[in-house]
Design a protein around this ligand. Structure first.
Ligand SMILES: NC(=O)c1ccc[n+]([C@@H]2O[C@H](COP(=O)([O-])OP(=O)(O)OC[C@H]3O[C@@H](n4cnc5c(N)ncnc54)[C@H](OP(=O)(O)O)[C@@H]3O)[C@@H](O)[C@H]2O)c1
Length: 276
């Protein structure tokens, strides 16, 4: 990312959970100062602590957009039509628009915005606040330059993958909702740890660091989970006994079924709202 890009101003329209997490990550990257980031929402009083830290706050989306080079749209799917009716005409060719909104297709954006405006769909997750997001991105082929600029931005905040737009909802489930699945798994492990003797804080610490180590084995050594598991499971040992018991109780099956159920829900979040 060149120095000019780092001088840019970013407007985050809809500064809720993910919008504020993106803002935190950008500042942690040290490439952006809070004064380069405008956060908008209707209830700006709920952002006062961020305002005290130097982030620019506004309830006026159009004014925020006018001052920004990059616009990140982070409202809920059901809030999107109203927002696009308000700001569609303010989104002009020289801006890059990045939407992290679930289930709202590029086609929908282009029914409110000129097709010459680069609109990028991005799906980060909440770990973006600590620059550990997995972010999947997609755009129309004619907006490849803007897509690569967005990739540079999100590479400051974790890992990125360019995908086909049709995979954006699956990316939402596996990458964004996925954080919650793994957090629940860590919570469950810590509860088991308490039952076998640890205080709650120690159990959670051990479970979380162990989960982190397991993930790093895959990411840093490029190993397959099963080959790593083979190294932990001594014949007739305690690991395989516990693991097989978990599988008898439906461990993998329940994770897969949960992902399919989330997918059904996610692919209708905007469409269902549209019908009402
Ligand atoms: N949370 C995640 O982990 C995550 C991860 C990836 C993607 N996403 C996607 O990101 C979007 C936001 O999710 P979220 O969890 O951050 O929801 P959220 O916490 O409800 O944030 C949405 C924000 O948008 C603001 N807003 C609504 N209408 C607005 C408007 N017209 N102008 C300006 N601000 C407006 C709301 O505040 P006011 O009511 O004060 O205006 C609220 O703060 C969703 O589409 C979600 O699917 C979320």
């Amino acid at each position: 990312m060149n120095e000019n890009t780092m001088q840019k101003t970013i407007a985050i329209i809809g500064a809720g959970n993910i919008g504020c997490s993106i803002a935190e990550g950008l500042v942690k990257s040290r490439k952006y100062k809070p004064g380069q980031i405008i956060l908008t929402r209707k209830h700006t009083e709920l952002l006062s602590t961020l305002g005290e830290r130097g982030f620019l706050l506004s309830s006026d989306n159009k004014k925020a957009i006018a001052k920004a080079d990059t616009i990140i749209l982070a409202v809920r799917p059901a809030q999107t039509d109203e927002l696009l009716q308000e700001i569609g005409a303010s989104l002009t060719n020289e801006k890059i628009v990045i939407s992290v909104i679930t289930d709202v297709a590029l086609n929908t954006f282009y029914s409110y915005i000129s097709p010459t405006v680069p609109v990028i769909r991005a799906m980060p997750n909440i770990a973006i606040a600590i620059r550990e997001s997995m972010t999947c991105l997609a755009a129309l082929p004619e907006h490849k330059a803007a897509l690569l600029e967005a990739v540079d931005l999100f590479n400051l905040l974790g890992t990125t993958l360019i995908i086909e737009e049709q995979l954006m909802v699956p990316a939402t489930v596996l990458g964004a909702c996925g954080v919650a699945y793994f957090l629940r798994a860590i919570r469950a492990a810590s509860q088991g740890g308490i039952q076998i003797g640890f205080h709650a804080d120690d159990a959670l610490h051990i479970a979380a660091q162990t989960a982190k180590g397991a993930a790093e084995l895959l990411l840093k050594l490029n190993e397959h989970p099963e080959s790593a598991i083979d190294k932990v499971t001594t014949p007739r040992g305690c690991t395989i006994a516990g693991l097989n018991e978990m599988e008898h109780e439906g461990f993998s099956a329940s994770m897969i079924k949960g992902i399919l159920r989330s997918f059904e829900q996610a692919e209708n979040l905007y469409a269902k709202h549209d019908k009402h």
